[in-house]
Design a protein around this ligand. Structure first.
Ligand code: PMP
Length: 455
């Protein structure tokens, strides 16, 4: 039998087992998943030996690119030295990483380790509630977030998520999670144009605080830019104004940096684009470039002080077994060293500028409604026609993505917050993407657009 024949059999064997035993995330029952076997830089290779540009860095996470042997070596070495010890005590990679994160945050924060972005947000909610409870404000338990924002899949993080489609089967959500309309300029929820905008998206937060009763609100959680909900970039003053509202009403500002952090925004953290200091910052994904699971809830040091009494009354009663695993912490440290040594945050910023320029050439396609770029993440909102802004059908969206795939580029599709609104192509490649590869990404999307316009 030829090698090719053997490979085909191997793939068929794998698919038989996959169909029998695997339960894939999010997708409909997936009879024909791509099976990936390796990755190098911005490319991933499947079991057929086909190579694709990973235009989404997996799930917006492999920021330093695939196949970094230096990270693998650090992981192996840490595993051989100390593979595990719980976070009720301490270990060297955990301490060093907490120090490094403080440097990156340009502030003084206490670092609480968990495993995933969802975990990090759950921890933020629990810390915020306990903080107020032990500071004589136990009426403060509510959190405000935005419709279309995504904050995770566990019950609390899902409650904060503003995407009906991901929640409808899993209710009722816990009490205390309130939503406000997003700062979605292309489809302004307040019917405004940029020329008539008076930041109603901020006033609505103030109204919600007032109507709920400020004394009941513990926190506002937001991404600097909504990413998974369709790359919704707020007006320039929005994040600063949210900070001001938090100060005015004594509410904690929780910034979800799970995607925006570690360079994706063109700065170390997304909020640094707006010169604000959050009270709590959550991070995951790019923290390790997804080479190992790890997340962080970074809490303003002075908030931590109220948890620090010797009586034991005020301890934060939360533990998770794997959070702060030394291997994951060592991986995160190496990942950050790579980001620093290879100037990858600056490179992400530069790639963002380049993609913004290149995407302009797609503006004339009648299905291109809006093009949004934040750092090195792009959202291209596709519509049936520019005037009606009717979201492009799912079928056509799939066609665009499959043409990209035929061109060996994997892109994403987002915005699936309510049925029929799954119409935003998302691009978020590794920061090691070359200029030529960037051109290939945009060219593949252009082929996809041509394909549906010629139908
Ligand atoms: N917050 C944001 C902004 C996210 O994009 C995600 C994941 N896509 C999460 C939280 C949850 O992270 P995880 O999947 O690691 O639980």
């Amino acid at each position: 039998m030829t090698t090719k024949g053997t490979e085909t059999n191997k793939k068929e064997d794998l698919l038989i087992k996959d169909r029998k035993y695997m339960w894939h995330h999010m997708s409909k029952h997936n009879e024909n998943p791509m099976i990936f076997v390796s990755g190098k830089d911005s490319w991933i290779e499947d079991v057929d030996g086909e190579n694709y540009i990973d235009g989404m860095s997996g799930l917006w996470c492999v920021n330093v690119g695939h196949g970094r042997k230096e990270i693998a070596e650090v992981a192996a070495s840490q595993m051989g030295t100390l593979a595990y010890s719980p976070m009720s005590q301490s270990h060297i990679p955990g301490i060093e990483l907490a120090d490094k994160i403080n440097e990156w945050l340009e502030g003084e924060y206490r670092i609480f380790y968990s495993n995933s972005g969802s975990d990090a947000n759950e921890v933020a909610f629990k810390i915020a509630r306990q903080y107020f409870a032990q500071n004589g404000q136990s009426t403060r338990y509510k959190f405000i977030s935005r419709y279309r924002g995504y904050h995770g899949n566990s019950i609390g993080a899902m409650a904060a998520t503003g995407q009906a489609i991901r929640k409808s089967l899993y209710g009722p959500a816990p009490d205390g999670f309130k939503h406000v309309p997003p700062p979605y300029c292309y489809r302004c929820p307040f019917g405004k144009e940029p020329s008539s905008c008076q930041l109603e998206c901020v006033s609505t937060i103030r109204d919600t605080i007032e109507w709920e009763g400020a004394e009941t609100v513990a926190g506002i959680i937001l991404e600097p830019t909504i990413t998974g909900g369709g790359l919704i970039i707020p007006p320039k003053e929005y994040v600063t104004k949210v900070r001001e509202l938090c100060d005015e009403y004594g509410i904690l500002m929780i910034v979800d940096e799970v995607i925006c952090g570690f360079g994706r925004s063109g700065e170390k953290f997304g909020h640094q684009n707006f010169q604000v200091k959050p009270d709590i910052v959550t991070m995951a994904k790019g923290l390790t470039s997804a080479y190992a699971p790890l997340s962080i809830t970074a809490v303003r040091a002075d908030l931590y002080n109220s948890f620090k009494d010797n009586s034991g009354q005020n301890h934060f009663r939360h533990v998770n077994t794997f959070g702060g695993n030394p291997v994951s912490c060592a991986v995160a440290l190496k990942n950050i060293e790579i980001l620093e040594n290879e100037n990858l945050v600056e490179r992400a910023r530069e790639l963002g500028r380049q993609i913004e320029r290149k995407l302009q050439r797609l503006e004339h396609y009648k299905v291109v409604g809006d093009i949004r770029v934040f750092g090195f993440a792009a959202g291209i909102e596709l519509v049936e026609d520019k005037r009606s802004k009717k979201p492009l059908s799912d079928e056509k969206m799939m066609k665009v993505l499959s043409v990209c795939k035929e061109n060996h580029v994997i892109l994403g599709k987002n915005g699936d917050t309510v049925p029929g609104h799954n119409n935003i192509i998302t691009i978020s490649p590794p920061f090691v993407l070359t200029d030529e590869e960037l051109e290939k990404v945009v060219a593949s999307l252009e082929c996809g657009l041509m394909a549906i316009e010629s139908e």
